[in-house]
Write a protein that binds this ligand. Sequence first.
Ligand SMILES: Cc1ncc(C[n+]2csc(CCOP(=O)(O)OP(=O)(O)O)c2C)c(N)n1
Ligand SMILES: [Mg+2]
Length: 410
Amino acid sequence: MADAGMLRFHVPEPEVRPGGTPDFSDVTIPKAGSVPRPEIDVDPRDIRDLAFSIIRVLNRAGEAVGPWAGLLSDDELLEGLRHMMTLRSFDARMQMAQRQGKTSFYMQHLGEEAVSCAFRKALAPGDMNFPTYRQAGLLIADGYPMVTMMNQIYSNQADPLKGRQLPIMYSSKEHGFFSISGNLATQYIQAVGWAMASAISNDSKIAAAWIGDGSTAESDFHSALVFASTYKAPVVLNVVNNQWAISTFQGIARGGSGTFAARGLGFGIPSLRVDGNDYLAVHAVAKWAAERARKNLGPTLVEYVTYRVGAHSSSDDPSAYRPKAESDAWPLGDPIVRLKNHLIQRGVWSDERHTQAEAEILETVIAAQREAERHGTLHAGGKPSTRDMFEGVYGEMPPHLRRQRQQAGV
Ligand SMILES: Cc1ncc(C[n+]2csc(CCOP(=O)(O)OP(=O)(O)O)c2C)c(N)n1
Ligand SMILES: [Mg+2]
């Protein structure tokens, strides 16, 4: 019974702390193939359960099962595997480059590769993502050159953003990748606004908003949901729940709602949870949501249940706040291993080919790195010119900046 008279302040606590035994027994995992696939014009009230379950396609034996399976060909799956392996290899090289002082900062995707790589394949040319820093797979899976990404990471003379952005905050209109803002959750209001504009101008393009579990605590997230639901904006609202927001566990931002997907229910937005480490499930759910948006059925909220295996960034040390072996205990496995096993099970892949592909990919990444380093790294070689700092921001440069440019003599 609650005490009368004495208030107590409640702060949710993670299950375990460093030194403890990892425990995910409270993560309920439904069997692969067990969650139904509704029609896209379903009444959101009829699929409330989907906000509390987890849509999965790949089972433990590596088979693709259930109503969400069967959308991708062998070739498409092999390509998806290559994208995820490329992202992982790219991450490892760039993380090392940061340690070597070639860039100031890096952020990895370790364990979360399926989310952005598979999602990209559900969009059409012209659609626009409003990503966070943890969706470089959207670019890799769309064929954006790794050299260009590295040029930006190194802030060298070929950096397309001329040293103005954080190293990993890419931007490419052609690849549907809106400039990343470091101010978390702004992506949500921007994506919904862009989607509303697309509908107002009777265009056919849709938007995808991206946010992490922790950032859903920002009011921008909630405001965006109001606009998206009221105006039935053609947008897919993605929440990547990787269990951690730097050192803060997901229970803080989730509060009492049960799941992040459940946040959408109060807005009447169809809300689904999906196994974020299952390439096939991520793609199938993303396709479902994108089709709803394109058919004027409005927004869909998708929560990807995954785990951030690496540190938050190159400036973070997770051993200070979670058990070292926690990622090994994550019950949804590794997205690359799971797709690899599926392709082996289908008879189109093997351990030998996988090892060979790993080596080939690493070679491609190293070749890109060599090329980028010819344009310079953080402390060596070519840099963006001082003059660049003044250009490309204003259509007409204000007088005080003109003066400063003159003073700098550029
Ligand atoms: C508005 C705002 N508040 C705080 C920060 C500092 N910050 C950067 S990343 C981060 C954690 C975000 O966690 P989450 O949303 O779960 O995304 P993840 O890093 O796990 O992908 C915080 C608090 C920020 N960049 N912007
Ligand atoms: Mg997170």
